[in-house]
Design a protein around this ligand. Structure first.
Ligand code: SF4
Length: 200
């Protein structure tokens, strides 16, 4: 099994493309949020408590790239928190409840891997739309905080479609290069709980 550094080395040019895509998302998000006058300042309905699934291998590898640079003690702490989160989520599901468990990367309201956080963490919050090829324009609401503060504001276009498309194109290239075909669907906690070598 290859060591982590050689795994990451194979994906460096994809990481660069991903970083540029994330920059474009962040720029558009910031411009729209500013136009609304919306600022996320943390809230009880914290999006880091929401169980989001992430679907791309490239985002998983990039998150693990950032994780690998953390101090070993912090990595171990996050790992054990991630395992605990996974257990709690499983238990909530067994009890028929919607899991609301804090992401193991959230430390006192700050994301420990902010620059490496996945797409959905970046796009969540302001109202948006997706242009489906068959179903047409599909609007999506903002988060609770956004709706409470900016819900009366007329919609400012925040179209996620080009970002989803560019991410899908990048993922396709990554899959062709890696030869990894398995479907990817994991929460951040699931992405961090195991050794990278066991997961790819
Ligand atoms: S990765 Fe960071 S931004 Fe995303 S849910 Fe976890 S703590 Fe929040």
């Amino acid at each position: 099994m290859p060591d982590q550094s050689s795994v990451f080395r194979n994906y460096i040019h994809f990481f660069n493309d991903l970083k540029m895509l994330y920059d474009r998302m962040d720029q558009r998000y910031d411009a729209v949020a500013e136009a609304y006058g919306f600022q996320c300042s943390g809230c009880t309905d914290n999006c880091c408590l929401t169980r989001f699934f992430h679907h791309t291998l490239i985002e998983f590898l990039y998150l693990r790239r950032g994780f690998a640079d953390l101090d070993e003690n912090i990595q171990n702490k996050i790992r054990s928190q991630a395992t605990a989160v996974n257990k709690k989520v499983l238990q909530a599901e067994k009890n028929g409840k919607t899991p609301r468990v804090m992401c193991p990367l959230n430390a006192d309201g700050l994301c420990l891997l902010y620059n490496y956080r996945p797409m959905i963490c970046r796009l969540h919050g302001i109202s948006h739309e997706f242009r489906h090829p068959v179903r047409g324009r599909m609007p999506g609401p903002g988060c609770h905080e956004f709706e409470a503060n900016c819900g009366d504001h007329s919609y400012i276009e925040f179209n996620r479609t080009p970002f989803y498309q560019q991410m899908a194109q990048l993922e396709r290239r990554v899959r062709e290069t890696s030869g990894i075909r398995d479907r990817f669907k994991k929460t951040v906690a699931q992405m961090l709980a195991d050794d990278l070598e066991k997961m790819i």
